[in-house]
Design a protein around this ligand. Sequence first.
Ligand SMILES: *Cc1c(COP(=O)(O)O)cnc(C)c1O
Length: 421
Amino acid sequence: MDHFLYRNGSLHAEDVPVSEIAAAVGAPFYLYSTATLLRHFQLFDDALEPMPHLVCYAMKAASNQAILKTLGDAGAGMDVVSGGEYLRAKAAGVAGEKIVFSGVGKTRDEVRLALTGGIRQFNVESEPEMRVISEVAVSLGVDAPITIRVNPDVDAKTHAKIATGKSENKFGIPISRAREVYAEAAKLPGLKVIGIDVHIGSQLTELAPFEAAYLKVAELTEILRADGHDITRLDLGGGLGIPYTRSNEAPPLPTDYGALIQRTVGHLGCEIEIEPGRLIAGNAGILVSRVIYVKEGEDRRFLILDAAMNDLIRPAMYDAYHDIIPVQEPAAATEPATYDIVGPVCESGDTFAKGREMPPVGEGDLVAFRSAGAYGAVMSSEYNTRPLIPEVMVHGDQFAVIRPRPTFDEIINRDTLPAWL
Ligand SMILES: *Cc1c(COP(=O)(O)O)cnc(C)c1O
């Protein structure tokens, strides 16, 4: 459920007409709903209620300061994957004790940054990384709390580019080698081994792969405890999918996911962490764009929008589907039209949808891409010297620009000329 609904014939974000924001800000732009963000965080928090837990928002999904502060103030921790994300989380007021550091290639500088500023734990992804964390911790005279990310070799049944839990993926250490690696970790100075981490992929639409992975983690917990390790925390990753099409079967609900966690690892008495990104931010954001032209091709009709692949790359990169709806509500009996929906960038890949049926729209009309809150703005670029589009947030009947559109001068002046020119 989200808070982008038609009211009095026009799409609203909470209590604000989207067209009013477009008039103030100019299309295209991303638009987030505070109520939706908070609702999704709360669903997870409630689902884990019976267990000691922390919901760490995977901020790579959408990392604007306003989003982080909204969630952080509600009690969320953060899952970060770079030094930049760590600093963003801190800048939004999230305490180091609520930040977990994931990612396969943490550098010495990033480890030092987090150890100096405070960190809940590092999720270690390899033995060389483990040794680096040990080294940096010793040099700073502190202990680094760590979990080790195990790769459970389960098929997440999702798009190949976002599956991470198969043995062929670059993530974590093979679960079959876990005892050996934990034994080494226990011997290294400066490390405090506290738990196990697993994350098998993104946009999972079934619970079965989670169940397979979590059962393996439960078994490993018992084994590692028998080996003498003090396993008190389980980080179970993110990955729960969202409905991108209204016709699709609905993915599992956070309540069912919480019940699954309780059933598979609840008896171990560990503190539970989860790292949802997409499910918190995905349906909490839309991309609003204006139709530049309707172009009649030989055998098809093109809808040319002012948003492009540089603003929302998911369709080009993951073959992702986004519902695209008119901001002005169509009359009940309107016959759909069929369009290839494209952006102005000079690449054939700049296609949002082919042969898409939707209510007819014309030049100058606004459309909204639903479910664009996660992996949208954060993956945008200025390809074709198209300025990063603004991000806007609504809260009840208020809205605010939370990242303004840069001017062309700002973009051009970011470049510097070498001395010889
Ligand atoms: C990307 C990622 C997440 C979030 O995944 P979602 O599918 O957005 O929930 C969580 N943990 C790690 C380690 C990740 O890389």
